[in-house]
Design a protein around this ligand. Structure first.
Ligand code: NAD
Ligand code: IPM
Ligand code: MN
Length: 333
């Protein structure tokens, strides 16, 4: 029997609701499979914890993520830049995988979409280097060859492994030439090493439009940090909303899995948050841990519940609570 140490960070808002639902599902899954356990240890972070203690990301949490085999995080609120950004950067979780997949049964704008966004996760405007004066501010956008090549290689390797056809590098080199020519030189160089995968480029504004009109013209998108943040919420909107969008912050040693959505204060405490994004993030975590069969089984169970369409949360047009939807996944498992 294998035992994985999982750091769990529920955070704020709907975080605890989604985390509880997901852990119940995972416990049922591991019990059913019987070959491994997920030993959760919960850690504090976020707005509420900061209000109590003055710190948003305590040292125990930083250490807990380091010691764990993987981390499952849901969301924090206004302190996100003091919590999830430092974690992604300090542990070099450089590849942010953000799939936008439309599942059968979900009333998605684009019911056949299966797009993967690779977002560079350590630099760009997210370095948070800048200056402020009286009535002005500067946020520096830092792009390096090293980080750009690393994310491009990750995207092409994943594309090769998953038999994908095309990678599109999304940029704004027509204006941000100092930075985005560095990014494009890197993506072109890596593309040349993968002749079996088609490579093209799109300027981010036109890409945003095309994602609405003909998203099927994209297969894999690789892009810089801020563009990836915006395009991944847009892509989530094509496949049923943020309640459907999982992600993984992948590093060579340490990885953190989290839904794309935030703490959703507008629906907090009502037990109506869609737990799917967190459950699918957990499936990505299982896959990364090497438990491929378990990951598939979990995704399939979610797919069944969505396809049936009877026990789904209000964002998907249903009447079920967070707990009821999670229970439906458990029953399917
Ligand atoms: P949000 O993602 O929290 O919510 C956007 C909209 O989507 C809301 O209407 C919300 O109700 C809905 N939504 C989100 N998740 C849902 C789910 N699981 N089921 C059903 N509906 C869902 O974005 P926001 O409102 O712009 O931000 C709220 C707070 O979250 C902000 O303080 C922001 O900083 C923070 N945030 C944190 C993270 C993170 O910790 N990784 C990510 C994004 C936003
Ligand atoms: C996300 C979030 C975060 C980001 C914020 C809240 C720091 O929007 O995970 O997409 O911009 O990366
Ligand atoms: Mn975002």
């Amino acid at each position: 029997m294998k035992h994985y140490k999982i750091a769990s960070i529920p955070g704020d808002g709907i975080g605890p609701e989604c985390m509880k639902a997901t852990q119940n599902v995972l416990n049922a899954l591991t019990k059913k499979i019987g070959t491994f356990t997920l030993d959760f240890k919960e850690y504090n972070a976020g707005d509420e914890y900061k209000a109590k203690t003055g710190v948003a990301l305590p040292p125990e949490t930083i250490q807990g993520v380091k010691e764990a085999d993987a981390t499952l995080f849901v969301a924090v609120g206004n302190t996100a830049k003091e919590v999830i950004l430092p974690l992604r950067q300090m542990y070099n979780c450089y590849a942010n995988l953000r799939p936008a997949k439309a599942y059968p049964g979900v009333k998605a704008f684009k019911p056949n979409l299966d797009l993967m966004i690779f977002r560079e996760n350590t630099e760009c405007l997210y370095k948070m280097v800048g200056y402020q004066g009286d009535g002005w501010g500067v946020n520096l956008r830092i792009i390096t060859k090293e980080a750009s090549e690393r994310i491009a290689r990750y995207a092409f390797e994943w594309g090769k492994k998953n038999k994908r056809k095309k990678v599109t590098a999304v940029h704004k080199a027509n204006v941000l030439d100092l930075t985005d020519n560095v990014f494009l030189e890197a993506t072109r160089k890596i593309a040349s090493e993968y002749p079996e995968i088609k490579y093209d480029e799109a300027i981010v504004d036109a890409c945003a439009m095309k994602l609405i009109l003909s998203p099927e013209s994209f297969d894999i998108i690789v892009t810089t940090n801020m563009f990836g943040d915006i395009l991944s919420d847009e892509a989530a909107g094509l496949v049923g909303g943020l309640g459907m969008a999982p992600s993984g912050n992948i590093g060579d040693k340490i990885s953190i899995f989290e839904p794309v959505h935030g703490s959703a204060p507008d629906i907090t405490g009502k037990n109506i948050a869609n737990p799917t994004a967190t459950i699918l993030s957990a499936a990505m975590m299982l896959d990364w841990l090497g438990e491929k069969e378990a990951a598939k089984k979990l995704e399939n169970a979610v797919m069944e519940v969505l396809k049936e369409g009877k026990v789904v949360t209000p964002d998907l047009g249903g009447k079920a609570s967070t707990d009821q939807m999670a229970q439906a996944v458990i029953n399917t498992i």
